[in-house]
Design a protein around this ligand. Structure first.
Ligand code: MG
Length: 314
């Protein structure tokens, strides 16, 4: 028996909808992740929390890890600045929560919330989510961008789920600045753009092609994995379900899908039915849909649903 994970060097794991939902752990997640022999890096588009704060939340759920096991889109944004030639010590306007400022400072940049008189204009802006980001902060982004600063968005998620409902996410705040300056950001660090996965693979001392990306959302985790050249496992414990997978355009289709994280430790070719049988059924439904054979696609989709039900009961 060869567990799914043995095909890869490591796992890059999403958090919300995979490890936790709100404050609670997703069933089976902590036990499975604790038992893995392969290294895991947790990659989050959330730019406002520091890796230390994320790691401490995960430890409260029962995982054993440190802040080096977490990569955030703020860190990926700072990494992108290095890649694009912004030198250490460069003044970078930091808009967002503590995670943005800390990531920039740790990467050697001089993070400022407002341009300081006499120190020169910011060479770059990193814009991430923060509960306290104000209209004045967004105005500073617009002024810096108009002055030629490189504009990096930590992520462009339009919405942010909260306990009280759906709030505007960083993408909505980035769009507000884009309206003012007449264009979008120069670079985006988080999923579905590749830098966060690239940084995670770098942290794991391997290549994006050698890791398995695990996530719950097609438009971020799976599309991002595809763009990074990474295989993906969609777990059905979060946002997207099998119907979403069946309706997905080609670049949003995961390599494999599973009811939950426990399948990381299973042989994808073994069992009745197997994970690979489910993936093959989904593939046939996609092929029928791509060929415009809607009736056939619907029938094959129902077959995939039956396989998923049996798989979940195994
Ligand atoms: Mg998620």
């Amino acid at each position: 028996m060869t567990a799914l994970l043995e095909r890869y060097d490591a796992v890059v794991c999403d958090l919300d909808g995979v490890v936790y939902r709100g404050t609670d752990a997703v069933p089976h997640a902590v036990e499975t992740l604790s038992a893995l022999s392969a290294p895991v890096v947790y990659a989050t588009n959330n730019a406002s929390r520091t890796p230390g704060a994320v790691a401490s939340h995960l430890r409260e759920l029962g995982l054993r890890l440190g802040s080096a096991d977490v990569v955030t889109s703020s860190q990926a944004a700072a990494w992108l600045l290095h890649e694009h030639g912004v030198s250490e010590g460069g003044i970078v306007l930091a808009v967002g929560g503590e995670g943005v400022t800390v990531a920039l400072s740790e990467a050697g940049f001089r993070a400022v919330r407002r341009p300081e008189p006499g120190t020169g204009a910011p060479v770059a802006v990193v814009q991430g989510y923060g509960r306290d980001v104000s209209a004045a902060d967004l105005a500073e982004v617009a002024y810096a961008v108009a002055d030629g600063a490189t504009w990096v968005a930590s992520n462009t998620d339009l919405t942010l789920p909260t306990e009280r409902g759906t709030a505007p996410g960083n993408g909505a705040l980035v769009a507000a600045v884009a309206e003012a300056v007449g264009r979008g950001p120069d670079l985006v660090a988080g999923k579905p753009e590749p830098p966060l996965y690239a940084l995670a693979a770098h942290r794991l001392s391997t290549d994006t092609a050698r890791v398995l990306a695990v996530g719950d959302r097609l438009v971020t985790d799976v599309l991002g994995a595809r763009r990074a050249g990474t295989d993906s496992l969609l777990v059905l414990t979060g946002v997207d379900d099998l119907d979403a997978v069946l309706a997905a355009p080609a670049d949003h289709r995961p390599t494999l899908l599973a009811p939950d994280l426990r399948w990381l430790c299973e042989d994808p070719a073994a069992g009745e039915p197997s994970l690979e049988e489910l993936a093959a059924a989904v593939r046939r439904a996609h092929e029928a849909r791509d060929a415009g054979e809607d009736e056939s696609a619907a029938r094959l989709g129902e077959e995939a649903h039956r396989l998923l039900d049996r798989l979940a009961d195994r």
